[in-house]
Design a protein around this ligand. Sequence first.
Ligand code: FES
Length: 93
Amino acid sequence: MIVCVCHRVSDRDIEREVRHGCASFDELQDELRVATACGACTDCARETFDTARACRPAAHAAHPVHVPHPVPAAAPRGRVFALVPVGVTPLAA
Ligand code: FES
């Protein structure tokens, strides 16, 4: 669903920003420019943002990515990547 016609912002765009850590409506506006032109979408954009934030599990918010530490040294063929949440220093392997 398109939330902001002026800037072509959908509910999925807003949900994606929340999943990526957007913590405030102001930050959302900085990223997507939603509700920064005519303002007709402000209520819908805030409601969509609030709903997306409410649906985001608290534990998931604190640690968005599960990191198996340490990454096994004797990994099978191919590359091994560890997903590390933003702001967390990974342990040395
Ligand atoms: S519809 Fe979003 S600013 Fe106009």
